[in-house]
Design a protein around this ligand. Structure first.
Ligand code: S3P
Length: 168
């Protein structure tokens, strides 16, 4: 039987990729990472896309990709951290499957993103004040797009997956 897609949303560093690959194994579903797919298709890193084509162009790529996934099934979709920002994307995501919002405190996020320079929005902004501010600005968007919210601070990956599996 076809299973409903599971879409993981949330701020950078909330563990979407890690949870996605564990859920994939545990549920025997396929996995798509929207950032990775965009990088593959464009033949450019996310940072280069932002620098050369602009954030708006990147957001358009995200929306186009989401529309392609709407008719899929059995997929875990790890969404880029800004996917829920457009209200139109939120509607497409709801139609595409169960939307799981992974949350984390700014301190946890900072620890997870500290040594990774792949995120243009955090370049030169790796501190809890910036992360906390952007998180608060985005919170209503994530909340509106999500079916459920799951906290990831100080928890083991399998415990987080247990909760997701139990609640979806
Ligand atoms: C972004 C998050 C990134 C990536 C891009 C923009 C955002 O994905 O899509 O750098 O606006 O939050 P991750 O959440 O996987 O880091």
């Amino acid at each position: 039987m076809d299973r409903k897609n599971i879409l993981l949303i949330g701020f950078m560093g909330t563990g979407k990729s890690t949870i996605s690959s564990r859920l994939k194994k545990r549920l025997n579903m396929r996995e798509v990472d929207t950032d990775a797919l965009i990088v593959e298709r464009e033949g450019m890193s996310i940072s280069d896309i932002f620098a050369q084509k602009g954030e708006e162009a990147f957001r358009n790529m995200e929306t186009a990709l989401l529309k392609e996934l709407e008719s899929a099934h059995d997929l875990i979709v790890s969404c880029g951290g800004g996917m829920a920002l457009r209200d139109t994307n939120a509607a497409i995501m709801k139609a595409a499957g169960t939307v799981v919002w992974l949350t984390a405190e700014p301190e946890t996020i900072l620890k997870r993103v500290k040594n990774d320079d792949s995120r243009p929005l955090l370049r030169g902004n790796k501190n809890t004040a910036f992360i906390g501010e952007l998180l608060e600005k985005r919170r209503p968007k994530y909340a509106a797009a999500a079916d459920i919210a799951v906290a990831t601070d100080h928890r083991r990956v399998d415990d987080i997956c247990d909760e997701i599996i139990r609640r979806i």
